[in-house]
Write a protein that binds this ligand. Structure first.
Ligand code: CAA
Length: 258
């Protein structure tokens, strides 16, 4: 692949968007490679995925403005659908996805981070949805996930003003869970992913599914989704191992994803 690097670090996958000349901006080729890279992640060996950007300046500086500049209405819609399909794949990816936001996360970059389960950022990270200043709306889920993540009022302020949100403010808004010095970001992302990877994979995946799907429906349907996921964890090797160990006052054996 030209624009995506993938590294397997034990049970953690690290996917890097690598187009530094354009601050990792997402053109059609990057989106297609991202989609392919997600399809190829070895799911049996991977318990958490980290997504980051190459270089020290940008996570992703948005969708590629050069590519978008001459699009027709129909082509614009198709480009949006392409990005939305890939980001929805990330949002519904069976394992947790952590965005390690290492600089500019603008437009499609902010939207990419929002499709991940958890965002952590470097001190030099900057978030914004600058699209209205470019004569368009966000096209890769920003109007939807930003409001769901930081609330309608603040999301609308970001969308209407195109204002930049620095790391400290992003933390205060709940847009990111934590902020670290740039040189510690990847170490912290791996630590977080490691904590996730230590828990029973079937249970972690079920938590993700229950939260994601439950948020789309009324509370009665939502708790029914939880019951389904909860029930599905029983009779698994990992559940028996962990509960037996607790009852016997010892540590469980490492989880086996069965
Ligand atoms: N698309 C295409 N190229 C981009 C890009 C983008 N989104 N962002 C940066 N680049 C390119 C620049 O054109 C420049 O290329 P050249 O060296 O060939 O001129 C290179 O990356 C470096 O960028 P700058 O020289 O501009 O670097 P800077 O440090 O002066 O500024 C920046 C950095 C503030 C991030 C600035 O590049 C910028 O404002 N980028 C655009 C950000 C933006 O508006 N993103 C939203 C895009 S719209 C979108 O994403 C729609 C959607 O929802 C799908």
């Amino acid at each position: 692949m030209n624009y995506i690097q993938y590294e397997q670090k034990d049970l953690i996958g690290v996917l890097t968007i690598d187009r530094p000349k354009a601050l990792n901006a997402l053109n059609s080729e990057v989106l297609a490679e991202l989609d392919q890279a997600l399809n190829e992640i070895p799911m049996d060996e991977t318990r958490c995925l980290i997504i980051t950007g190459a270089g020290e300046k940008a996570f992703v500086a948005g969708a590629d403005i050069g590519e978008m500049s001459g699009l027709t209405k129909a082509e614009g819609r198709a480009f949006g659908e392409k990005g939305n399909a890939v980001f929805r794949k990330i949002e519904t990816f069976p394992i947790p996805v952590v965005a390690a936001v290492n600089g500019f996360a603008l437009g499609g970059g902010c939207e990419l981070s929002l499709s991940c389960d958890i965002r952590i950022a470097s001190e030099n990270a900057v978030f914004a949805q600058p699209e209205a200043g470019l004569g368009i709306t966000p096209g890769f889920g920003g109007t939807q996930r930003l409001a769901r993540t930081i609330g309608v009022g603040k999301a609308k302020e970001m969308l209407y003003t195109c204002g930049k949100v620095k790391a400290a403010e992003a933390l205060a808004l709940g847009l990111v869970n934590a902020v670290y010095p740039a040189d510690q970001l990847m170490e912290e992302a791996l630590k977080l992913a490691g904590k996730i990877a230590r828990n029973a994979p079937i249970a972690v995946r079920a938590c993700k599914k229950a939260v994601n799907e439950g948020l789309q429906v009324d509370i009665d349907s939502a708790v029914a989704i939880e019951s389904e996921q909860f029930g599905g964890c029983f009779e698994t090797e990992d559940q028996k191992n962990a509960m037996t160990a607790f009852c016997e006052k010892r540590k469980p054996d490492p989880f086996v994803n069965k």
